[in-house]
Design a protein around this ligand. Structure first.
Ligand SMILES: [Zn+2]
Length: 708
């Protein structure tokens, strides 16, 4: 027997159970299960995002016979995440019915037919699909069970000598169960293991993770932590355990300094995003933390990258292996771009061949053949997915994978799953069903929007609209404080992953390049650019100074020129088309008094839009304009004397200016930023995929301003 550990003795996992919080939940076993799950899921070393599941078997009054009790299994729903699990994310099932299913199980060939039977055991009308692992929890004779994917335990589970290490580390309190895909077969094997070893505290699942249990939520939690702690401390170098030199070999490739890594990532990002997103766009994320750079700098990393990842959850997020750039970080950028193109073709061909080799009758169709993880030694790692959140999670998974490789190579040799087993998980009908349960993609899913002047007014409304349509967005603005507030507000609504801010002065080419670099690092590149930054002055010809005139022209036509130039360069490198929308003005077409500087600048922007459209069309890049008029609400243009100036020019009181503008339109409607944003979204989206060089008025109908 191992000596039990006190919470204070744990060094690699954190005992975060708060007795006061637990006391508040006392008597509500489901609440305690959610609490325990959240604690376990909040540490990615204990279980990767969306990975693992927890359960409780609770004795309750029988709904149909209140004099009697019945046992209900509460288990995490399929695809949910432990860290953010709520009561609604749990499936509830009749334990008696679930256990009766053992009689209907006809062996490995009948595995998938058990799934709809499990779904028939649902009680209390719970709406989430029960986890694929439900059966694993069903036959274990313990009230509370945790199935986790801790890096330290997977390292043992993916070691050549995993069974011996299991005996050595846990002294017979954990048993080794050989690899078997989750399902009734594995469930019955686990139950048998417990019968044969009555004093067992947990089970190591080869190439997968662990099971642990307890009679109360707290007992289960502490048991899980302690079992993980023992694996982690065995792998710890400071405690006399292995070093990174032992695990990954010596350093053979030194990483570039941080500034150069970033510059390299910016230079390669669009090419890479274009290659990965050739068939379907993807959002990418770059990271260069120490764990990634150190791994890539080591002698053994090229071979270990090819060995692939192990835990079943990984295949769907990271594919079975990443793409590794095999050039030094100092090689010319053009050489790297060319090499990536070749490697990408090879990767796609290899995936197609793997699919052909391993597929069965009835396998789901081959998915996108592009890699999800791309590694560049000395530079860092890109991860890709349909959204910014997916891209981040794929990257987190590969960091988990590096830790697993490290652990396994420290104490033994890493052994991934055999290819056929990996395929059977990646293309498992049940995993396919999980993917199909994802909500349908929104119109701008997989796209990245860059909006200038994005901190307020029309720019902010455009960013908001396109985020709501599924895009990721970079808001750029010259006003750092207003920008920070706007980004924070959008992040609260749409999630931190989807929104970034970049302080940009569009008058400076360097500043514009810096803004786009932020977009490339955060999302891999861009798809839609809204040339919106602007300001105004209302002065008569004699009153207009040289600096008034220059400022209007510097910010608007010169600024939009610099933005379009950099945008087209990046979009061409990506090679997946794109869309640029100029927010111009009715004043580009209609001459009014006291408007010589602003009106000239807007007219120049409108023609610039057409000129850029003629050059960019061959690259599949569409360029269009939206001409708003009289957007007063929320617009910074109307502060700073402009409204007053316009009111004087038209000889109406300033407070009646909005009404004045509305009344002189055909529709007699006031224009709001959201109206302009709707037009910008529409013309930027695939709804207008065959339109370029067009001008769309959003002005309530001003006949004088009809484009001709
Ligand atoms: Zn698992």
């Amino acid at each position: 027997m191992l000596e039990p550990m006190r919470p204070s003795e744990l060094r690699f996992v954190t005992h975060a159970w708060d007795p006061a919080r637990a006391a508040e939940l006392e008597g509500d076993e489901v609440a305690l299960l959610v609490y325990r799950s959240n604690l376990l899921g909040s540490d990615l070393r204990i279980t990767n995002f969306g990975g693992g599941n927890t359960s409780a078997k609770i004795t309750e009054p029988d709904t149909f016979d209140p004099g009697r009790t019945t046992d209900t299994l509460y288990v995490k729903g399929s695809g949910g995440d432990l860290g953010s699990l709520t009561r609604d994310g749990l499936a509830s099932l009749s334990l008696a019915r679930l256990r009766a299913l053992a009689k209907l199980y006809r062996g490995p060939a009948g595995e998938d037919e058990m799934v709809p039977l499990v779904e028939q055991c649902v009680v209390h009308g719970s709406r989430v699909a029960p986890s694929i692992d439900t059966s694993l929890h069903t036959f274990l004779p313990f009230r509370h069970c945790d199935h986790l994917h801790p890096d330290a335990v997977i390292a043992i589970a993916a070691s050549e000598d995993g069974e011996g290490l299991t005996r050595e580390i846990w002294g017979g309190e954990m048993q080794w169960v050989p690899w078997l895909r989750p399902g009734f077969g594995l469930a019955l094997l686990l139950a048998q293991c417990v019968v044969e070893h009555p004093s067992l505290r947990g089970i190591v699942l080869q190439n997968h993770g662990m099971f642990s249990w307890g009679e109360t939520s707290l007992e289960c939690y502490e048991n899980s932590l302690e079992l993980i702690e023992r694996a982690a401390s065995r792998l710890d170098a400071k405690a006399g355990g292995p070093t990174t030199d032992l695990a990954f070999g010596r350093v053979t490739r030194v990483a570039l300094p941080a500034v150069e890594r970033r510059a390299r990532a910016v230079a390669l990002g669009p090419t890479l995003r274009g290659l990965v997103g050739r068939d379907r766009r993807v959002v990418g994320q770059f990271r260069d933390d120490d764990v990634v750079l150190d791994f890539l700098s080591r002698e053994k990393s090229p071979a270990l990258v090819q060995a692939g990842t192990s835990c079943p959850d990984h295949f769907l997020r990271t594919k079975i292996r990443p793409l590794l750039l095999d050039l030094p970080p100092t090689a010319p950028v053009e050489d790297c771009q060319r090499r990536l193109t070749v490697l990408m073709d090879e990767f796609r061909a290899a995936h197609a061949a793997y699919y052909e080799r391993c597929k069965h009758d009835g396998s789901p169709p081959m998915r996108d053949t592009a890699p999800a993880i791309v590694l560049a030694p000395g530079v860092g790692m890109w991860s890709f997915g349909p959204t910014a959140v997916d891209a981040r999670i794929a990257g987190e998974f590969y960091v988990n994978a590096i830790r697993v490789l490290w652990g396994a190579e420290s104490v033994s040799c890493y052994r991934g799953l055999p290819e056929q087993e990996a395929f059977d998980i990646e293309y498992w009908a049940l995993e396919e069903a999980k993917l199909r349960r994802r909500p349908p993609e929104r119109p701008l899913a997989r796209q990245v929007v860059f909006v200038t002047g994005g901190a307020s007014g029309i720019g902010l409304a455009c960013a908001e609209r396109m985020l709501a349509e599924g895009a990721s967005a970079v808001l750029s603005d010259v006003r750092a404080d207003v920008l920070e507030e706007a980004v924070a507000a959008l992040a609260r609504r749409f999630g931190r992953d989807a929104v970034r801010g970049a302080v940009v002065d569009v008058r400076s080419a360097a500043s514009v390049r810096g803004g786009f670099a932020e977009a490339v690092l955060a999302f891999g590149g861009i798809d839609i650019v809204v040339n919106n930054a602007g300001l105004s002055v209302s002065k008569s010809l004699p009153e207009t100074s040289e600096s008034d005139y220059d400022l209007m022209n510097d910010v608007m036509p010169r600024g939009s020129f610099l933005v379009a130039q950099e945008a087209v360069r990046i979009l061409r490198e990506q090679g997946t088309g794109g869309s640029i929308v100029y927010v111009v003005s009715k004043n580009a077409l209609v001459a009014g008094p006291n408007n010589v500087a602003y009106g000239t600048a807007k007219a120049a922007q409108l023609h610039q839009m057409r000129l850029v459209a003629t050059e960019a069309g061959a690259s599949g890049i569409r360029v269009n304009a939206v001409n708003p008029d009289a957007v007063i609400k929320g617009s910074s243009i109307w502060s700073g004397g402009w409204a007053q100036g316009r009111a004087e020019a038209y000889d109406v009181p300033v407070e009646r200016l909005g009404e004045f503008y509305a009344q002189r339109t055909l529709l007699k409607k006031e224009i709001e930023p959201a109206d302009v944003a709707a037009a910008v979204f529409a013309v930027a989206s695939d709804l207008f995929s065959k339109t370029t060089g067009a001008v769309i008025p959003v002005d309530g109908g001003v006949a004088m301003a009809f484009p001709r």
